[in-house]
Write a protein that binds this ligand. Structure first.
Ligand SMILES: [Zn+2]
Ligand SMILES: [Zn+2]
Length: 258
């Protein structure tokens, strides 16, 4: 667990970051990691001197398994409410299965691999025993944060997925963005997969317009907002790139960074 700012902690979980935020009336967790991440998260809560029941809210930034995977287990063990954008709710409930995105910033070889992503997602769900979870609250309602007294806002930042959200904290000027941006070589860059490239670019702008000091991505370390670099190639759906870079991206894809 690493302190990001006053009252904000990065808790790396299985395959993705989660973030614990101290609020006046309890703790808020952003994202939950792959299934099996709950013990590590509960340990981090204990390190802050809190009880499992102090966790009041788990905010899911988006539908991907590396972010919703331990939501059901955490809900059971802490009694926390789950919140997500309404678009993501059926994916957490398991009634909709993630499809390969319709747009991408990737290269030819990865695109070919995407055609099998739907199948692999299904297989993954079975292999790692994903427990479906009922999302209690719509993250686009202001009351979600009011209940815990958190001074901030949940901002709709679609692009990586249609219902992706960002948690912006007013006091610390921290933006927790899920997979809207990812850390790479000391910079914050566009995600590997995007359902919509124009929406991703607009959402990045929306986040930057809030004036964050620090941006916390779903993968990699939190970085200053000044490190955001969106490559021009992200604006084009068909891309040719250098072989080396392509290999690296394939590696990242293979390591489960959806
Ligand atoms: Zn992710
Ligand atoms: Zn994702």
């Amino acid at each position: 667990m690493r302190k990001v700012a006053e009252g904000v902690y990065r808790v790396p979980a299985r395959a993705a970051n989660t973030y614990l935020v101290e609020a006046p009336r309890g703790l808020v967790l952003v994202d939950s990691g792959l299934p099996g991440s709950e013990n590590g998260i509960l340990k981090a809560i204990a390190k802050l001197g809190k009880k499992p029941s102090d966790l009041k809210l788990v905010l899911l930034t988006h539908r991907h398994l590396d972010h919703i995977g331990s939501a059901a287990a955490l809900k059971k063990r802490t009694g926390a409410k789950l919140a997500s954008h309404p678009f993501e709710k059926p994916y957490a409930a398991g009634t909709l299965v993630i499809q390969a995105p319709g747009a991408w910033s990737l290269y030819g070889r990865i695109v070919r691999k995407l055609t099998t992503l739907g199948y692999w997602t299904l297989k993954l769900f079975r292999i790692i025993k994903f427990q479906t979870a009922h999302v209690d609250l719509a993250a686009d309602e202001e009351s979600v944060l009011e209940e815990v007294g958190l001074d901030g806002s949940v901002v709709w930042t679609p692009g990586h997925t249609k219902g992706s959200v960002t948690l912006f904290l007013n006091q610390s000027s921290v933006a927790i963005v899920g997979d809207l941006l990812r850390a790479r070589r000391g910079r914050l860059v566009e995600p590997l997969l995007m359902e919509s490239i124009p929406q991703t670019l607009a959402s990045v702008k929306r986040v930057l317009d809030l004036g964050p000091q620090i941006i916390c991505p779903g993968h990699g370390k939190p970085l200053p907002a000044s490190t955001v670099r969106i490559k021009k190639r992200a604006a084009k759906p068909v891309i040719l790139a250098k072989k080396k870079e392509e290999e690296e991206d394939l590696e990242e894809l293979a390591s489960g960074l959806f």
